[in-house]
Design a protein around this ligand. Structure first.
Ligand code: AP5
Ligand code: MG
Length: 214
């Protein structure tokens, strides 16, 4: 099963993708994570995208489509979760072509609906484990009191360079201008389902499971 988690910054795409990986043996393909890895390891591409990402703008379609193309050739396990990809209509068309080349189909597109007002609070309180990427939130999922990641025991936690109010405004603008048209695109293809992303993490997880299991 191959699915897209679609939603604005802070909607909970990464959080829910990790649940799906654990429980359904799926593979999370987060273009944001791939780009941050490239940036951290100092590759040429990483240097090109660093400033664009920090400002909250989208990197080029060519770069992210190239990243996804490589990943689709690898192990498919229980299927792919596209997290933060596609983000433009050109990326959506490209994904359809790439899946077809691999003999794969897109089974579901899940839109995570959230109130914009909640996003600033969520994002400015986020941190992630530097070792395994487990996502935390100062309010809703704090780092354990012993300072160790509940998933891997790591003790280094990071905050993202684009998790500030100014970059978030730009990220939201990019979402509404370039990514939200995908809601209509996938609706017209008969592939769209929506869940309330504002509920507790477990409730959102249950709603996603309902979509995938019906
Ligand atoms: P990317 O990394 O994809 O960031 P994003 O889309 O802005 O989304 P986030 O990762 O911020 O949010 P999320 O939905 O994953 O939420 P999370 O689960 O962490 O992209 C970053 C940048 O890379 C882009 O701006 C762009 O520059 C570039 N890029 C990436 N892909 C691209 C592409 N395809 N094309 C072009 N450019 C691209 O949750 C957020 C917080 O809320 C956490 O603290 C979490 O603990 C908490 N939380 C989650 N769910 C709940 C809940 N139900 N209740 C309470 N708190 C919750
Ligand atoms: Mg994410």
């Amino acid at each position: 099963m191959n699915i897209i988690l679609l939603g604005p910054p802070g909607a909970g795409k990464g959080t829910q993708a990790r649940f799906l990986c654990d429980e359904r043996d799926m593979i999370q393909l987060s273009t944001g994570d791939m780009l941050r890895e490239a940036k951290d390891s100092g590759t040429e591409m990483g240097k090109i995208v660093a400033d664009v990402m920090a400002r909250g703008e989208l990197v080029t379609d060519e770069i992210v489509i190239g990243l996804i193309r490589e990943k689709l050739k690898g192990d498919k396990k229980g299927g792919f979760i596209f997290d933060g990809f596609p983000r433009t209509l050109a990326q959506a068309d490209a994904l359809g072509d790439l899946l077809a080349e691999e003999g794969e189909t897109l089974d579901s597109v899940i839109e995570m609906q959230v109130d914009d007002n909640a996003l600033v609070a969520r994002i400015t309180a986020r941190s992630t484990c530097g070792d395994c990427g487990e996502v935390y939130n100062d309010h809703t999922k704090p780092i354990p009191a012993d300072g160790k990641c509940s998933n891997c025991g790591g003790t280094e936690f990071k905050r993202r360079a684009d998790d500030n109010e100014e970059s978030l405004k730009q990220r939201l603008m990019e979402y509404y201008k370039k990514t939200s048209p995908l809601i209509g695109y996938y609706y017209a293809k008969g592939q769209l389902s929506s869940v309330d992303g504002l509920g507790e993490m477990a409730a959102v997880k249950a709603d996603i499971a309902k979509v995938l299991d019906t």
